[in-house]
Design a protein around this ligand. Sequence first.
Ligand SMILES: NC(=O)c1ccc[n+]([C@@H]2O[C@H](COP(=O)([O-])OP(=O)(O)OC[C@H]3O[C@@H](n4cnc5c(N)ncnc54)[C@H](OP(=O)(O)O)[C@@H]3O)[C@@H](O)[C@H]2O)c1
Length: 326
Amino acid sequence: MKAIVYEKYGSPDVLHLTEVEKPAPTDDEVLIKVHAVSVNGSDREALIGKPLYVRMGGLLKPSHQILGSDIAGRVESVGKNNLEFKPGDEVFGEIPGYHGGFAEYVCTRGRTMALKPASLTFEEAAAIPQAGVIALQGIRDKGQVQPGQKVLINGAGGSGGSFAIQLAKLHGAEVTGVDNMGKLDFMRSLGADHVIDYTREDFTKSGRQYDLILDLIAHRSVFAYQRALRPNGTYFFVGGSVAVIFQILFLGPWIKRTTAKNIRMLVVPQSRKDLISITELCEAGKIVPVIDRRYLLSEVPEALRYVGEGRAKGKVVITVEQNNKT
Ligand SMILES: NC(=O)c1ccc[n+]([C@@H]2O[C@H](COP(=O)([O-])OP(=O)(O)OC[C@H]3O[C@@H](n4cnc5c(N)ncnc54)[C@H](OP(=O)(O)O)[C@@H]3O)[C@@H](O)[C@H]2O)c1
């Protein structure tokens, strides 16, 4: 089968289209013919090898040579112990371990896969899993956003942020989106009440405070985040630098004791239940998986270059199998 592989960390130039052996499902797995796969910030991080935590399992070179975690496709065959799916089922979801999707076929145990609703195209379905579930956990489940609360989403113009803005608005929050200047109108179009260009303004120095900060790209000190929180407010680290993780682990509990503000990591488990939950909102038209651009499998390097250049608004999707219903 064709796949986009990489053998060393680096720029999108290290990615190349090649023939690799088609995977065969174990007894517990399903083999899926990939129709669409979306690009997440986590793909770009695993490509360049930064932050350092993405090198767990592969310090000097990637442990898995095929990136791509959020797929939608059709079940081609099933292992004898996998009773959940059958050949021909249209499925979508996030592959555990975040790899293998930039290919014509992938095997997975299927626990994080769900049946694709007929009302969604393969591309729309592939756009949802990781980004949608991050938003669901950050805003609804762990964030427990209430009407009238002030919510700031840092990195709001990208994959997870585009879902988080919409979900926070759905829960009645007053939403501030932070991203680069080219994405300000985009964030407004998703419902953001206020937008901040991170290249011009540091939201932690404005004097404004928030009930919830969902940070998709954290790189400031925990004291800066604490300053931007209202009393009893919560800051969630979703992605960002290792230095911030250490600060949260060592200083977060002390900040909580002395100021009653929560500075925490948001660990987002891959969950079929959550995937179905956010997808139902998409089916109902309450949340839109916004697809900025579509590329072919051979164009994955261009897709990752586009994302890395700071231009992608919402999701970028790779169409792998072109005879799909879109
Ligand atoms: N916690 C968990 O369990 C979990 C699970 C899965 C994924 N993640 C992590 O979630 C993170 C976010 O993923 P994503 O897919 O939403 O990423 P994404 O699509 O790359 O979006 C990040 C956004 O942040 C913007 N940005 C860059 N620098 C910024 C800054 N200094 N201030 C504000 N915004 C800035 C980017 O814009 P530019 O275009 O300007 O760069 C981009 O729009 C990743 O780090 C991923 O590893 C966490």
